[in-house]
Design a protein around this ligand. Structure first.
Ligand SMILES: NC(=O)c1ccc[n+]([C@@H]2O[C@H](COP(=O)([O-])OP(=O)(O)OC[C@H]3O[C@@H](n4cnc5c(N)ncnc54)[C@H](OP(=O)(O)O)[C@@H]3O)[C@@H](O)[C@H]2O)c1
Length: 239
């Protein structure tokens, strides 16, 4: 039985991971801004669920809430940093752009830093970052989103290197997801290879259990990742 904190557990991928992990007998600590959704999920899961309302951009409060959940669950084995937002727009207002960067990059980094520090002091654990194929591809209508996921990816590489230099056994796993049907993508156009959230979460759990450094969900996105790495930038810029 693992003790797992999941940020962004009120909908989509985070909620599905919470349900599937809890159904396997694990304890789940749920976080998100929408309290009523957290209450509903707690009701659905039962005694193995713990929750706190949190806007992850409030770092002081986040530390308090992570610590309270860890105390209530009796420890922490895995931190799944899934909270995120997306926006596809040619020229978003700066306020929206900066909020996205705050959530997807800065709050992610804070959660990763917190969890690594905890695991270093307690012998080990696993940090999971919810990244995207977008980490590999810049896009003029999603510059902040693609850059935020690229940040997540590189930050985790640095922490993987740190993990090799400490006594504790710490795994850092980055999930590069393709299109998954959730609230974030419900109005998106031009999607392909779309997965339902149940199938995607089940694949994620299998990859996490194998303690992979990086993996793609669904698996076929690995092919596009390979293409993305081979195609020169001047060609991407014309697509
Ligand atoms: N769906 C896809 O195709 C896809 C593909 C690649 C990667 N991803 C990534 O997967 C993650 C989950 O997205 P999703 O598709 O499941 O979308 P979603 O259903 O919209 O879920 C987003 C989650 O993030 C939480 N969140 C957003 N801002 C927050 C904040 N300031 N503080 C705390 N929680 C916050 C939301 O909770 P509250 O609103 O209750 O706070 C919600 O639980 C994101 O990081 C996204 O970038 C998704």
């Amino acid at each position: 039985m693992k003790k797992i904190i999941i940020t962004g557990a009120t909908s989509g991928i985070g909620k599905e991971l919470a349900l599937q992990y809890a159904s396997k007998g694990n304890k789940v600590g749920l976080l998100g801004r929408r309290t009523e959704r957290l209450e509903e999920l707690k009701e659905e899961i039962g005694e193995r669920a713990y929750f706190r309302t949190l806007d992850v951009t409030d770092h002081e409060l986040a530390e308090k809430m992570y610590t309270e959940l860890i105390d209530e669950m009796g420890g922490l084995d895995m931190m799944i940093l899934n909270a995120g937002m997306g926006r596809i727009q040619m020229m978003p207002p700066w306020r929206a752009e900066s909020k996205l960067i705050e959530v997807n990059a800065l709050a992610f980094a804070h959660g990763c830093h917190f969890a690594f520090d905890y695991f270093k002091k307690h012998g080990g654990g696993q940090v999971v970052g919810m990244s995207s194929m977008a980490a590999l591809l810049a896009h003029h209508r999603a510059a902040a989103y693609t850059a935020s996921k690229h940040f997540l990816s590189n930050y985790m590489i640095g922490f993987r290197q740190k993990a090799k230099r400490v006594e504790a056994d710490i795994t850092l796993t980055e999930i590069r997801a393709g299109y998954i049907l959730t609230e974030m993508t419900e109005r998106a156009k031009g999607m392909f290879w779309v997965s339902d959230v149940g199938k995607a979460a089940a694949q994620m759990i299998r990859g996490i259990e194998k303690k992979k450094n990086i993996f793609y969900v669904t698996k076929r996105w690995r092919l596009l990742a390979w293409v993305a790495k081979c195609v020169p930038e001047f060609i991407w810029n014309r697509i």
